[in-house]
Design a protein around this ligand. Structure first.
Ligand code: FPP
Ligand code: MG
Ligand code: MG
Length: 373
């Protein structure tokens, strides 16, 4: 029986939504509403949960002594504005509330690590706001998506606002390496999305399958999904002042788990209904996207190349491609590759001391494989 990964971070998670909503306060009522929209529905909070688990799992490991000059006093200052114009001085606490979760705070999680967890969710939610505009999606987290509810303009601007608030919170950690890591994540998200939008390996009339097809897909997957998970796990270990070995182990865990996470996501697009997913199923083919299940199916079904070349845009293409994928071993191969990555993730942290949080991290590996939304 696995340990519920939530158990060791349950107390911390209870405060997560409230803290995130505080970070998103705006004096403009409409901006306030749109920015907080995705925080109202049931998110999975996977990224903050991983940061908290990683912080706990590494807490007793050796320190490096690199934190001598960090101004930690700013970390807990609320970053909210009561009016639109008030928030011009980033060092002044604009509301009286403290964000350290008071007595409920887990002493093995530093305030900076807790704030990092919140930052990862802000960046992730910003990417979803933008993604739903790009994908013309109609639902997210079981609700109408923000682009439909408020329109594209407000959804994009709200995403930008989230990134702005994430950047202020990041700057207040006063850690240049962590700032650089998370700023790189934001650039990586855009790079990954661009690689998907303009696939330089597949964008020709009659593309032919090659190993490059998979390599390109995996690089895009790293940038689009695994970069945030891996670099935030790395940042958690850096904020804990840990050795290079621990920092690298945290990164390898996040990278491999993140790759597996997106592979499973791409698989669920073929195997699970939209009702269960809380967002449209089968969306990738409709968007002209060839993800892992199709790429593996294509290797032994060269006729899929013609459909890939025209981005499944002719009548009947989507249905035909879906049937060919389902009949092939593409879904099974995707699952096997994801399993390989979660195994690598678990191996990366095998040297961590035995504790509930380590088992939570290992259990996240099986959760990623068994999830249905
Ligand atoms: C969901 O993928 C989207 C992402 C993982 C990242 C999207 C990134 C951008 C839109 C780049 C710009 C973002 C920022 C923050 C600068 P999906 O569409 O495959 O999954 P879905 O089914 O959940 O929509
Ligand atoms: Mg999408
Ligand atoms: Mg997308």
């Amino acid at each position: 029986m696995g340990i519920d990964p939530l158990r060791s971070v349950a107390k911390e998670m209870k405060f997560m939504t409230g803290n995130i909503r505080q970070l998103l306060g705006s004096g403009h009522p409409m901006l306030d509403t749109v920015s907080k929209y995705y925080t109202q529905s049931e998110g999975k909070y996977i990224r903050p949960m991983l940061v908290l688990l990683m912080s706990q799992a590494t807490a007793t490991l050796p320190k490096q002594g690199r934190l001598w000059s960090r101004g930690m006093e700013d970390v807990d200052h609320p970053i909210t504005s009561s009016t639109v114009l008030a928030d011009t001085n980033p060092s002044s606490p604009l509301t009286a509330q403290n964000l350290d979760n008071g007595d409920a705070a887990d002493p093995s999680v530093l305030p900076s690590q807790r704030r990092l967890a919140e930052i990862t969710e802000l960046i992730h939610t910003a990417s979803l706001l933008h993604d739903d505009v790009i994908d013309t999606s109609i639902s997210r987290r079981g609700n109408t998506s923000a682009n439909i509810e408020f329109g594209n303009k407000m959804a994009v601007l709200a995403g930008d606002f989230l990134l702005g608030r994430a950047s202020v919170a990041l700057a207040r950690l006063r850690d240049p390496e962590v700032t650089e890591l998370l700023a790189t994540v934001i650039a990586n998200l855009v790079e990954g999305e661009f690689m998907q939008l303009k696939n330089t390996v597949l964008d020709e009339k009659d593309p032919v399958w090659s190993e490059d097809t998979i390599t390109y897909y995996l690089q895009k997957t790293y940038l689009k999904s695994a970069s945030l998970i891996s670099k935030s796990c790395r940042a958690a270990a850096l904020l804990g002042d840990h050795t290079t070995e621990t920092v690298e182990a945290a990164y390898q865990y996040g990278k491999n788990l993140g790759l597996a996470f997106q592979l499973v996501d791409d698989m669920l697009d073929y195997t699970v209904s939209g009702v269960e997913l809380g967002k449209p199923a089968g969306a990738d083919l409709e968007l002209g996207l060839a993800t892992a299940p199709l790429l593996f199916a294509w290797k032994n079904n060269s006729e899929l190349g013609t459909l890939v070349g025209r981005k499944f845009a002719s009548p009947g293409d989507v249905q035909m491609a879906r049937e060919m994928v389902v009949r092939s071993d593409g879904i099974e191969q995707t699952r096997a590759l994801a399993q390989d990555y979660v195994d690598r993730a678990a191996r990366a942290i095998s040297g961590f001391p035995e504790c509930e949080a380590k088992h939570g991290l290992i259990d996240m590996c099986s959760k990623v494989m068994s999830r249905r939304k």
